[in-house]
Design a protein around this ligand. Structure first.
Ligand code: FEO
Ligand code: CA
Ligand code: CA
Length: 673
């Protein structure tokens, strides 16, 4: 999901480069830094690694060479780029095939209830959820034709979920409710069950078509599934509730955006914009909620706490202190959200586990560095909100393939990134007694630091970023890439080298190389691409982006085994196809070469959606990509009149549904090559 932006401003980068600009912050002006680096790049034949090495030799406090080294090859990118798209369909390059798969409502378990707008809340617990997002393919016995697709369902549009919504003037955030503000309990159940994660076995037939297999591993994890809390926050007073007086359990996961795959082959779902689901009528709200956007209010996003009948599993979305003690109400319920949730897709009976040591924030996703025997496990995660941070977890115990499991994530150190203007960076530990995180400064102990991750990161002086989204690790160089989707609220005074544009409408991608292993406390960074149109965008060589490469608001990101950098865009529904965003058309996916910085458009999606989530089978001959919220740009009036802007994927007069794309090549070749 993207957040609303302020449309209509001209991006300052349009004017940057020739004209000197004033910057009251005292930070180096980005134009200077860019120019310095670009001339280094030119001198050193375009290699970012060499450019950073040049910076390090003269300015940085450590002196490793960053060159990729011999044997590291650039990936082949063999398809012909496609133009931007504006139609209500998916377009892929010549020689490729695409098929829509497992749309919202597809039955996968239980009595396999057929898709229907009339389906009940209980039916939804056996069907694919809505708003597909992060996704992984877990091969069964190494197969590229038989595996488990595991995917997140970030949120819902209630108007497209309920037959009863037809004819109502509902926009993309609207929902049916009674005059007194209460809600139908089965609609609420359906909405909670349409969130979460799907685990579904899929198999490719001899005809090349992928099908759902009815299988004992098929499973829905939803907003109602019992979950365990693990790590330092588990069992503390922060998470004591009426449901779990010992603070070790909670129910459900929400707003699962991107994901991660652990070195021990389990799945992690990220809890991103969970705060909005809660009401809290307390006059005073402490930082455990206020720093995450919960303020005094009677309303939650979908008013779930107002479900008729007052069932406990719905009432808990009211975080007001109503009882005599925390064990008698749900004042602490929001403290059980904001984590990475571990799910073992191969054990359908397993209880999902919220791993609290990875921090509590609006987790976009998590990306693991390749695990090395005998070394700590390292994972990176971004906090997707304006001016929030990028984090790294380093395990205390070393990775040993023979016995590695999720408990490795329960002990270690959480760090937050500071990007210095000279191209160096450091990881600041969020640990008791370190970097001023002491009781005197308001951080009692580790659980307190983790529940208040954002406040702790503020305290240590981390760098405020332009909405960190997905990360990816280059398998050959170990360089870590992160998308920074946009931040129109950054002022000229707030510009720094890592977030170089004020009113950043289009976003950018940053990357860094750790100083040694991924557990290092220092790194060197640079900017891979400044997204934008042909005037404002800049590639790795500092050249304007061509028509085949323009994009805005990078979000999903994946680097395949051959090092192709797959970039997915999420221009907000509030600005897509209009104003300065019109030139980008519908949201799309592109491929970049990490060595040359060349970018080519690979796919464009239907109307009103975002493209998010990408993975291939191990042989790279089938790619899965998600299309989320087609038709979201339908206005309330148009919805009431039955005039939807998208009918994808079913066509005709059908309501639009999020779905997964299956992409193959006509010649059976490797996707993207
Ligand atoms: Fe759910 Fe940050 O996109
Ligand atoms: Ca997004
Ligand atoms: Ca996203």
């Amino acid at each position: 999901m993207n957040q609303p932006q302020n449309p209509g401003h001209v991006d300052p980068i349009l004017a940057a480069g020739d004209e000197p600009m004033s910057n009251a912050s005292g930070n180096a002006y980005f134009g200077d830094i860019l120019e310095t680096r670009l001339s280094r790049r030119t001198l050193l034949r375009g290699s970012l690694a060499a450019a950073v090495a040049g910076v390090m030799a003269t300015q940085l406090p450590f002196g490793r060479a960053l060159a990729a080294g011999p044997g590291v090859e650039a990936p082949s990118i063999g398809f012909k780029a496609i133009p931007v798209g504006t139609g209500d369909s998916v377009v892929v390059p010549e020689g490729y095939r695409v098929q829509a798969f497992i749309p919202w409502g597809t039955p996968i378990s239980g009595d396999m209830p057929a898709f229907s707008l009339d389906a009940s809340g209980e039916n939804q617990a056996h069907q694919i959820g809505s708003h597909h997002d992060g996704m992984h393919y877990f091969a069964i016995d190494g197969s590229s034709r038989d595996g488990l697709l595991v995917l997140n369902h970030e949120y819902i549009e209630p108007r497209f979920l309920h037959a009863a919504a037809a004819g109502m003037p509902l926009d993309r955030n609207g929902f049916p409710q009674h005059e007194d503000g209460s809600r139908d309990a089965d609609q609420v159940r359906k909405e909670l069950n349409a969130h979460g994660v799907s685990v579904v076995r899929v198999r490719q037939g001899d005809d090349g078509q992928w099908q759902v297999v009815q299988d004992r591993l098929n499973r829905r994890v939803t907003g109602l599934t019992p979950m365990q809390l693990a790590g330092p926050v588990a069992g503390t007073e922060h998470v004591v509730t009426k449901y779990s007086p010992d603070g070790r359990m909670t129910r459900g996961t929400l707003n699962n955006c991107a994901h991660g795959v652990t070195p021990w082959n389990t799945y992690l779902a990220a809890e991103e914009n969970w705060a909005g689901y809660f009401a809290n009528e307390d006059a005073e709200i402490d930082r455990r909620q206020s720093r995450y956007g919960i303020e005094t209010r009677a309303e939650g996003r979908y008013q779930w706490h107002r479900a008729q009948g007052g069932a406990d599993e719905f009432v808990r979305f009211d975080a007001t202190s109503r009882g005599a003690a925390p064990s008698e109400d749900y004042r602490n319920e929001p403290h059980a959200f904001g984590y990475m949730v571990e799910i073992d897709p191969f054990d359908p009976q397993s209880t999902p586990i919220k791993r609290t040591h990875l921090g509590r924030f609006a987790h976009e996703g998590v990306i693991f560095a390749p695990a090395v025997e005998g070394q700590p496990v390292v994972a990176y995660s971004g906090d997707d909100a304006r001016f929030e941070y990028i984090y790294k977890f380093v395990s205390a115990r070393p990775y040993e393939a023979s016995n590695a499991d999720g408990s490795l994530l329960d002990e270690g150190t959480l760090y937050v990134a500071r990007f210095n203007d000279d191209g160096s960076g450091e990881w600041l530990a969020l640990a008791p007694g370190q970097n001023g995180l002491t009781p005197e400064n308001g951080f009692a102990e580790l659980a307190d630091i983790l529940v208040n991750t954002r406040s702790a990161a503020d305290h240590v002086g981390a760098t405020k970023m332009d909405r960190p989204e997905w990360g990816a690790v280059d398998p050959a160089t170990g360089q870590v890439y992160f998308t920074l989707t946009n931040n129109t609220r950054r002022s000229e005074e707030q510009v720094d080298a890592a977030n170089p544009r004020a009113e950043n409408h289009f976003g950018h991608i940053i990357r860094w190389q750790e100083d040694g292993t991924h557990a290092a406390e220092r790194f060197a960074w640079d900017i891979f691409v400044l997204a934008g149109d042909t005037e404002s965008g800049r590639d790795l060589a500092g050249e304007p982006l061509g028509q085949e490469a323009i994009f805005s608001s990078p979000d999903g990101l994946w680097i395949d085994p051959d090092r192709r950098v797959w970039i997915q865009s999420d221009i907000s529904e509030s600005v897509m196809n209009s104003g300065i965003h019109e030139v980008f058309g519908n949201n799309q996916m592109l491929v970049a070469n990490p060595e040359t910085g060349e970018i080519r458009r690979f796919l464009t999606g239907p109307i009103g959606q975002e493209i998010t989530g990408v993975i291939t089978t191990p042989d790279q001959r089938t790619m899965f990509v998600n299309v989320q919220h087609p038709g979201a740009t339908t206005s309330a009036e148009a919805f009431a009149a039955g005039e939807l802007v998208s009918h994808w994927p079913d066509g005709g007069n059908a309501i639009p549904r999020s779905a997964t794309l299956v992409i193959t090549r006509e010649d059976g070749g490797i996707i993207g090559a």
